[in-house]
Write a protein that binds this ligand. Structure first.
Ligand code: FMN
Length: 190
């Protein structure tokens, strides 16, 4: 694969919160995204990730009510994002089990879910779709779990609204790698 094309894709992956509410997203595209998501690495190749693809207006409305309440309370500015009621598809990324009680187990579990989330985000970008990784709803986790019909042992890690972006977005703004990279020891410049 052409590395420049991959780097360009990664540099254009952005948090897209404004979505065209009128334009549906074909299931075929969602399936392409999910296929790429399942290619992600996981601890021991256990593949604990599970995906709930939400179209149902009632479920979206409930999740929208929860998310909007938390997001408005924390950040305000509801106009800067499309309500999840109007976003065509939400993907909740879950684990099929809860991690054990050690710090290492929690790290391994989260580390076995978020690579799949990143693959979803990159796949969405490659297909021209917009999305954003969200976790703000976590403070009302029990209600989110109930809305999604989650079984007791499972947990939600991220919810991604998916749809066609309202406009074209430029590249993301990130620190140069050399400012966040050390040579041999922390603090020693690259
Ligand atoms: C762990 C994590 C949690 C996030 N939670 C939220 C969220 O709840 N809501 C939201 O709108 N964006 C959320 N974001 C998106 C970030 O705000 C976004 O990636 C960052 O500001 C960079 O935006 P950009 O890619 O457009 O430059 C989250 C990102 C990460 C990595």
């Amino acid at each position: 694969m052409d590395f420049d094309a991959f780097r360009d894709l990664a540099s254009r992956q952005r948090a897209i919160r404004k979505i065209d509410p009128e334009r549906p997203v074909d299931d075929a595209l969602i399936e392409q995204m999910l296929t790429v998501a399942t290619f992600a690495p996981s601890g021991g190749n256990r593949q604990p990730f599970r995906f709930i693809v939400v179209h149902d207006p009632g479920v979206r409305a409930k999740l929208a009510e929860i998310y909007d309440e938390v997001a408005n309370r924390r950040y305000g500015n509801a106009a800067s994002r499309t309500s999840w009621s109007d976003v065509p598809v939400l993907i909740a990324v879950c684990s099929e089990s809860r991690p054990g009680n050690t710090a290492g187990a929690a790290l391994a579990q989260a580390g076995s879910i978020f690579p799949a989330v990143q693959n979803l985000l990159l796949a969405a970008q490659a297909l021209g779709l917009g999305s954003v990784l969200t976790t703000l709803w976590k403070e009302r986790e029990a209600e989110v779990n109930a809305a999604l019909g989650l079984p007791g042992g499972a947990a939600v890690y991220a919810i991604l609204p998916i749809g066609w972006p309202d406009r074209q977005y430029g590249r993301n703004k990130r620190q140069p790698f050399s400012e966040v990279t050390f040579r041999d020891r922390y603090g020693e410049s690259w």
